[in-house]
Design a protein around this ligand. Structure first.
Ligand SMILES: C[S@@+](CC[C@H](N)C(=O)[O-])C[C@H]1O[C@@H](n2cnc3c(N)ncnc32)[C@H](O)[C@@H]1O
Length: 418
């Protein structure tokens, strides 16, 4: 690691060192609360706010001691060296003492104890997950702290899943088919995406298996217009496009210009196109045309179902965000409902595992709209909920997603069309 440490702040040329640094950063984020607890047991008084860099450096050392195979001598000397690089000579002695003491006392068995800090979630979030999933909360929190699989979605416009798996075998890359999505492949060992065969040629996209289930739930007819209302960066848009035919048309809308650029780049890489529009989907007049046969609303949410992929979410999210997000989700639903044709279907999706953003939003929506009813099939994956279906993080190796398909009653006939 010496090269990596001495060049801190500059580029890190060796990919293995880069991977090591990334593992430390993600590891500290995933285990922040328990590592901080370990640290406070090792020092007499907390570090000052202005020494947050030293705090994080020691956490990184503790993470390496607890979870990685870093040799003890290298672990201590490299972290001491990093403090010197930060021009905090005074901290060298402290880091040396703390890490040596930790290694000596070898508190590794703390890993197994289910203390509060071992869950590594803010208390409000752990409590909310426990309340919503009383039988599953511990496995959810554990999954949030684990490494997610690298899951791909094969582009059938380029090749079949079997053909892609054969290409991987030829390159000695171990991979298996996803269980529930007919389009997915799981790469067994972490591999840089761009080094996988066919990335630049658009042979696949990176997408968790749960997100791939959206296509199966929506089950689009071979004709009809589709509005993807919160589309960027285009994971679901491109998946739908891969399976549409010429009778279908798709408009992809998002309010975020930068994310829309990513959508456009993804379309280009995969060799496909559709109409795109930067607009706020809560503004009815911002979206051209009406009477869409299918609408996808994969809107803003707490992302509590994908914490294993984005461990920093637990730090960014506040308890007060949840109610605000639910209000926004209901507002989006209500606006988009006016754009749906009679007998049309709207698929509501979140990557949240909180009822407040899922069943509760749909419940409020159904109460306010007598021409709406849910229309979910009995799928073999996830959990059935009152108004939809939920996958939980880690279960069947998938992320946590919620789906609710809502059908619009044909007002002229005053009854629900089959
Ligand atoms: C969960 S992400 C969508 C992911 C996307 N469907 C995919 O599969 O790649 C939510 C998106 O909603 C967009 N968004 C949030 N509020 C919006 C609004 N009022 N109108 C349109 N888009 C909105 C965000 O910019 C963000 O790109």
């Amino acid at each position: 690691m010496s090269k990596c440490s001495t060049e801190l702040g500059l580029t890190i040329p060796d990919p293995r060192q880069q991977a090591f640094c990334k593992a430390c950063i993600y590891g500290v984020l995933r285990n922040y609360f328990s590592l901080s607890e370990d640290l406070s047991a090792l020092i007499k008084k907390p570090l000052r706010r202005k020494d947050a860099d030293i705090h994080m450096l020691i956490l990184s050392g503790l993470f390496q001691a607890k979870f990685m195979q870093t040799p003890p001598h290298a672990l201590v000397s490299e972290n001491v060296e990093a403090a010197r690089f930060l021009k905090k000579e005074w901290a060298c002695k402290l880091i040396n003492a703390v890490l040596r003491r930790y290694l000596k006392e070898n508190q590794v068995d703390a890993l197994d104890s289910k203390t509060h800090f071992d869950f590594n979630h803010p208390p409000w979030l752990a409590a909310l997950i426990r309340q919503d999933w009383p039988d599953d909360w511990e496995s959810i929190l554990a999954a949030n702290n684990a490494h997610p699989p690298l899951t791909l979605r094969v582009n059938p416009q380029r090749l079949t899943r079997t053909e892609y798996l054969e290409t991987l075998i030829e390159r000695n890359i171990e991979a298996v088919r996803t269980h529930h999505s007919p389009d997915g492949v799981i790469i067994k060992y972490p591999t840089p995406i761009e080094s996988l065969p066919g990335f630049h040629e658009g042979h696949f996209s990176v997408q968790d298996e749960a997100a791939q289930l959206a296509r199966l739930v929506l089950n689009i007819d071979k004709s009809g217009s589709i509005l993807d209302a919160c589309a960027a960066p285009g994971g679901k848009t491109t998946h739908l496009l891969e399976h549409l035919n010429e009778e279908n048309s798709l408009l992809a809308v998002d309010c975020d210009q930068d994310r829309m650029k990513r959508l456009t780049n993804n379309l280009a890489r995969l060799g496909m196109s559709c109409k795109t529009l930067i607009a706020d989907a809560t503004e009815l007049n911002a979206i051209p045309e009406k009477d869409y046969k299918f609408i996808v609303l994969d809107g803003p949410c707490s992302a509590t179902g994908v914490i294993r992929r984005h461990p920093d979410i637990r730090f960014h999210r506040q308890k007060t965000d949840i109610a605000k997000l639910a209000t926004k989700q209901l507002e989006l639903l209500q606006t988009l409902w006016y754009l749906l044709a009679d007998n049309g279907k709207l698929l509501y999706i979140t990557c949240s595992i909180l009822r407040a953003e899922n069943d509760n939003v749909i419940e409020g929506f159904l109460e306010a709209n007598s021409d709406a009813r849910t229309d979910m099939k009995n799928f073999p994956w996830g959990f059935k909920t009152k108004h939809g279906r939920q996958t939980l993080p880690g279960a069947s190796n998938m992320d946590g997603f919620y789906f609710s398909l809502i059908k619009k009653r044909n007002k002229c006939h005053g009854q629900l069309a089959k």
